[in-house]
Design a protein around this ligand. Structure first.
Ligand code: NAD
Length: 271
């Protein structure tokens, strides 16, 4: 059943997530940490999952120190048992599901091994599918819920060496639109966010030294390229992506479904 709507919702009430429960899969990333902070700041209880136990615990601890309710569960999004357990940890009232876990690979199609292809598709596409499926199963009996999937500008902008990543994220866009059409009548909304360059996380790969540390000079050159390319002339931070996710997670977006938000500084989608 689709919940009743008031004609004139108070914008502050629309963003209030008190008594709502959110699951974030991939929460140990910089973007995941920013999303957890944003959800907790407006009252949500968060259940956080990621493969990286150490960073995940740090994100959950920070959320609790900020006064929020946060639990952490080590999760592999490529396993249906694991993602089902994460969603089950939310309890009977799952209100928000954020499917964020992702990996990137830089390799030309001709150089891509079967194992690398499987790695990217398993996390970015199958993982989001499994997260959506678990969420829909949990939300349908309640007649409400909102799902936010992490796509990428890579789904729209062709770049050499990023074909596996791009197609894995294009599938996320397609899944988001198909599922939105399928579950709208159950009161469930499904949307995606497709950032471009975001500070931190996988963006640092272009400036990694062989020992894994970041070469700050090369990183600054990458940032400058991005500033030149985007109309707003500024870099997107994890917090900017979190604001887009927050909009889609709350009643502020109550009639928005099957859509993709592009918090990318206004970068055109085809370069
Ligand atoms: N950083 C960017 O510029 C950018 C731009 C567009 C989209 N994104 C998307 O945002 C998301 C987060 O990216 P990020 O830049 O913060 O990168 P990141 O590498 O810091 O984060 C990815 C997270 O996914 C987790 N993860 C990987 N495989 C997993 C699995 N099998 N099960 C559970 N967790 C797993 C990692 O442990 C990590 O915490 C990704 O989906 C990425 O594609 C990032």
């Amino acid at each position: 059943m689709v919940p009743a709507m008031s004609a004139d919702p108070d914008p502050r009430a629309a963003y209030d997530l008190t008594d709502r429960t959110a699951v974030v899969a991939g929460a140990a990333s910089d973007i995941g940490a920013a999303i957890a902070r944003a959800l907790v700041a407006v009252g949500a209880r968060v259940v956080l999952g990621d493969l990286d136990a150490t960073r995940l615990d740090a994100v959950a601890k920070a959320a609790r120190e900020a006064g929020g309710q946060a639990e952490a569960l080590v999760t592999d999004v490529t396993s249906s048992e694991s993602i089902d357990a994460l969603v089950a940890a939310a309890g009977p009232q799952l209100d928000i599901m954020v499917n964020l876990a992702g990996v990137i690979g830089d390799a030309a199609v001709a150089e891509t091994s079967d194992a690398e292809l499987d790695r990217v598709i398993d996390v970015n596409t199958k993982g989001v599918f499994l997260g959506c499926r678990a969420a829909v199963r949990a939300m349908t009996p309640n007649g409400s819920g909102t799902i936010v999937n992490m796509a990428s500008s890579g789904a729209y902008t062709p770049l050499p060496g990023l074909a596996t990543y791009a197609m894995s994220k294009a599938a996320v866009v397609s899944l988001t639109r198909s599922l939105a059409a399928e579950v709208g009548r159950h009161g469930i909304r499904v949307n995606a966010v497709a950032p471009g360059y975001v500070e931190g996380g996988m963006s640092t790969r272009r400036a990694r030294k062989p020992d894994g540390s970041v070469d700050e000079e090369r990183m600054e050159a990458v940032r400058e390229q991005v500033r030149q390319r985007v109309p707003l002339g500024r870099l997107s931070l994890p917090e900017d992506v979190a604001q887009a996710v927050l909009y889609l997670a709350t009643d502020a977006s109550r009639t928005t479904t099957g859509q993709v938000l592009h918090p990318n500084g206004g970068r055109p989608m085809v370069s």
